[in-house]
Write a protein that binds this ligand. Structure first.
Ligand SMILES: [Mn+2]
Length: 554
């Protein structure tokens, strides 16, 4: 396969081809039919870019969560692995400013390519060579794209009619403007519809065009059989392949779209047809992030349900620790317990069930080849979540199997201190998530320790477990935290090849007083006190822990 790509590059006179792990919607969990990086390299993580080189080794880029995993999964003869935090693929290409570079315009957002064009005059959108190879592969045929039936997300779970939401969006659109939406999560939220096109995120992979007085959805009509024809009253429905045609028919309109989401293929089309367009931040994002009172109530209820499942699992581990349990069997049992809970639909992401050294692989998912028995002495890290009709959950617990070492206890306690510091924080209105990140790291930093991931991400309502714009991270958190936003609180600590520690709860932002906000923790799963080094906790922290655990045995 590598040879085929090298030949392709030579034939096309290209030095490089950039392959991103995205689909045309930048889905976090690309559908199987779009997993080109996995097909070509065996890498199963969600974030990766490969730069295929006509000469020499190809370059493989992923972030700190996945570098260990990449080393295990991909062929180091063919790929050199880079950590995106120290070497981005853009920086890599900067060493070759005059090179001829090909890319698939559907798999990159507009910003990404516009930035790249500044340094690389010879950058060419081309037909993806991997698609050709995959299409002709009889041994590993390319899966068909899944087009699932659409269903309604009931008003009792979403709390606001789509007509209302649409009105709010249309208020900010000018008469001669058309908004292009290619963000499936936003469309799902806006029209209160869901579908299982991909695992873990119940959104249909579709486009929409929104105008001042009208709206168009691009979706096969057959997918709407389950919902009443009156439901999407006044919304025009077109087959997906008519998107560009409809844009062209309205070419006198000014088009607006979010350049950080919209793919470059659409940009190319607009440019080619001399259609006027500009960047506009996706207006759904912030409205979606601030949960309404019904969504807040749903989030609390589904967290109670989900916490019961995790509580049951922790007791089950305790009872079965001498019964040959392993990472995979624990993850399966947890799914069984979740399936018993009210409104549970599916896991919100693949469960991270990691014992011992596997815990140091930040986004590890057990496979037959790596599956460890959970026995002897070691730390067991379990990060999992559920998508419920009334909300989305995400929780991590690290528990001691056998006897933990003093070092493990101290590190766990430093992580716990950071978790508590953030959980109890009160902060002025207009504080950004970035400003709070150091709270969770402070105690680790004092010991010269840190973790290579963000502290908190936003969470959807029966949608994506990772949903912006808010986050708690030193890198990209210029968004002000507002009432009703849900965030994770998940500091950790990792020792490569030995163990991993992470403590994660979800929290909701609420008012503390007129000028200040605070968090309310939603997750109720006890923290393992066998891992706590009480001598380094303050009296206040001890009290917090006791109180939290007392209220968390469900
Ligand atoms: Mn999380």
């Amino acid at each position: 396969m590598n040879k085929l790509i090298k030949k392709f590059l030579k034939d096309k006179n290209l030095d490089f081809f950039i392959l991103s792990n995205n689909d045309e919607f930048s889905s976090e969990y690309a559908p199987d039919s779009e997993k080109r990086v996995e097909y070509i390299s065996n890498f199963t993580g969600s974030n990766a870019v490969i730069i295929f080189c006509q000469k020499g080794k190809n370059a493989f880029f992923t972030d700190g969560r996945y570098t260990n995993q990449a080393r295990q999964e991909i062929d180091s003869e063919k790929f050199e692995i880079f950590d995106l935090s120290t070497m981005s693929w853009q920086k890599f290409l900067q060493n070759f400013p005059d090179s001829q570079i090909g890319f698939d315009p559907k798999l990159h957002n507009i910003y990404e390519i516009v930035q790249l064009q500044k340094n690389h005059p010879n950058l060419f959108p081309i037909k993806n060579p991997i698609d050709n190879i995959w299409q002709n592969d009889i041994e590993r045929p390319r899966p068909k794209a899944k087009k699932a039936e659409v269903f309604i997300h009931d008003l009792k779970f979403c709390g606001e009619s789509w007509q209302n939401k649409l009105k709010k969006i249309q208020q900010n659109i000018k008469n001669n403007e058309t908004l292009i939406l290619n963000c499936p999560n936003s469309i799902a939220w806006l029209f209160n519809i869901r579908a299982h096109d991909i695992n873990h995120i119940p959104a249909a992979l579709i486009y929409a065009l929104i105008e001042k007085e009208s709206a168009k959805l691009f979706i096969d009509k057959s997918r709407l059989n389950k919902i009443s024809p009156n439901y999407l009253e006044n919304i025009e429905i077109y087959p997906p392949q008519l998107l560009l045609e409809k844009i062209q028919q309205n070419q006198n309109q000014n088009f607006i779209t979010d350049f950080s989401q919209c793919n470059f293929a659409i940009y190319q089309f607009l440019q080619k047809n001399n259609i006027i367009f500009r960047h506009n931040p996706n207006p759904c994002i912030l409205l979606k992030a601030k949960k309404n009172p019904i969504e807040v109530a749903g989030a609390k209820a589904c967290h109670q349900e989900d916490s019961i499942a995790v509580n049951k699992l922790l007791s089950w581990i305790e009872e079965n620790k001498n019964n040959d349990i392993c990472e995979i069997s624990v993850a399966q049992k947890l799914l069984e317990f979740r399936r018993e809970r009210k409104y549970f639909i599916e896991e919100s992401f693949p469960t991270i069930s990691a014992f011992g050294s596997n815990g140091a692989i930040i986004h590890y998912h057990p496979k037959q080849k790596t599956n460890k028995k959970i026995k002897g002495n070691g730390l067991f890290l379990l990060d999992s979540g559920g998508n419920y009709l009334n909300g989305t959950t995400d929780v991590t617990r690290t528990i001691a199997i056998g006897n933990p070492t003093t070092e493990q206890k101290i590190n766990f306690t430093l992580v716990l201190k950071g978790h508590i510091r953030l959980a109890i924080a009160k902060f002025p209105k207009s504080t950004t998530g970035g400003a709070l990140d150091a709270l969770a790291r402070f105690d680790l930093w004092q010991e010269g320790k840190n973790y290579a991931h963000g502290t908190g991400h936003g969470v959807g309502n029966f949608l994506s477990v990772h949903e912006g714009p808010q986050s708690i991270s030193s890198r990209i958190s210029s968004i002000i935290l507002e009432e009703g936003m849900i965030l994770s609180n998940e500091p950790g600590y990792y020792v490569d090849n030995e163990y991993g520690i992470r403590i994660e709860n979800l929290m909701i932002v609420k008012e503390f007083n007129e000028n200040f906000l605070e968090f309310e923790t939603l997750t109720s799963v006890p923290i393992d006190i066998n891992l706590v080094e009480f001598s380094i906790l303050t009296e206040y922290e001890k009290k917090w822990l006791k109180n939290y655990n007392t209220n968390s045995y469900l």
